[in-house]
Design a protein around this ligand. Sequence first.
Ligand code: AKG
Length: 293
Amino acid sequence: MDKSLPKLTRDLNDAKRDLSEWGYCLIADALSGGQVATLRERLVEQAAAEGEIGRGAFDGGAGTPNQRVWNLINKGRVFRELILHPLVGEFMAHLLGPDFILSSLTANIAGPGGEPMLLHRDQGYVPFHTPEALVANIAWMLDDVTADNGGTRLVPRSHQSAQPLENPNDLGQAIAAEGPAGTALVFDGRVLHGTGPNVSRAKRHVLLSYFARFFIRQQENMFLSLDPEVEASLSDELKIRLGYRVRGTLGGVQGPVEGKIVSRPHHTLGEIRAGVKPGAGVPRPAGESSERR
Ligand SMILES: O=C(O)CCC(=O)C(=O)O
C-alpha cells in the first residue's frame, strides 16, 4: 500500500491536499468527546426504538446486522447542529461551492457479521465524469473505527475518472478508513467506497452527512419529510443548508426570487378566472372535469 496515503491530520490544508490527490481525507478530533457521547447516545436510542416499532431499515447480508437510520434532521437537535459544524462549511464549500445543500443526514450502524457494501460512487447517477465533485460526504466516527469493525472502504484516486469497477464486490484496491471516535472522514462524491465488513463483536456507529451542489436533487426530500414542528424551529442558517433558499432560477415558490428563503404559502394560487372570487367555485359546463387541460 502506498505510504503517502492520507493520514489522520489536524491541519486543514493538508487535509484539502489529500482530498484533491486521493479523493478523501481524515480529520482528527473533529468532534469533542462530549459531542461524540451526545450524538451516539441519541443515535443508539433512536435506532433501538425504530427497530422496536418495526420501522428500522436493516441490511448488510444474511441476518441483516446493519441498521440505517434515515432523516436524522427530524430526530434530535444534536443532529441538526452537526449540519452547522465549522468543518461542514469549510470542506463542503471547498468541494461544492458556497451554495452547497444537505442531501441527507443518516447513520449507518455496521453490526457484527455485516457484509461489505458494493463499492459505488455517491454521484454514480451522473452518467459521465465531472472535473469537480458534484456531491461529497462527511462520515463522522462515533466509535473507534478500524478495518475490522466496518471501516469505510475507499479506492484511492478513483475520483479521477468515472471508470466503473469490473467487480464492485472486489475490495482488492480499497483501503479501510480508520480513526478514533471523533474523526471525520471527508470524501469526494466521485470516489469509489462502501461500508466495510464487520468481523468484530461490536457495532460501528457512523453518521453520514451527504451534501450536494445546489442544483442536484436531494436524497431526502426535505420539504415532504421534515416534521412541521422541526421545520418551524429551523434557523435561517439551517434552512439555507437544507435547501430552502432560492438560488438562481431554482427552488422558488410561485417563481424564483434570488436569495429568498422560501416557506409554504398560506394560499397557493391555483386555477382562477377573472370575475370569480377565489374559493367561490368555478362554474363549469355540465360533464366537464374540474381540472383544466
Ligand atoms: O457505512 C459506511 O461506511 C459508508 C456508507 C456508504 O457508502 C453510503 O451510504 O453510501
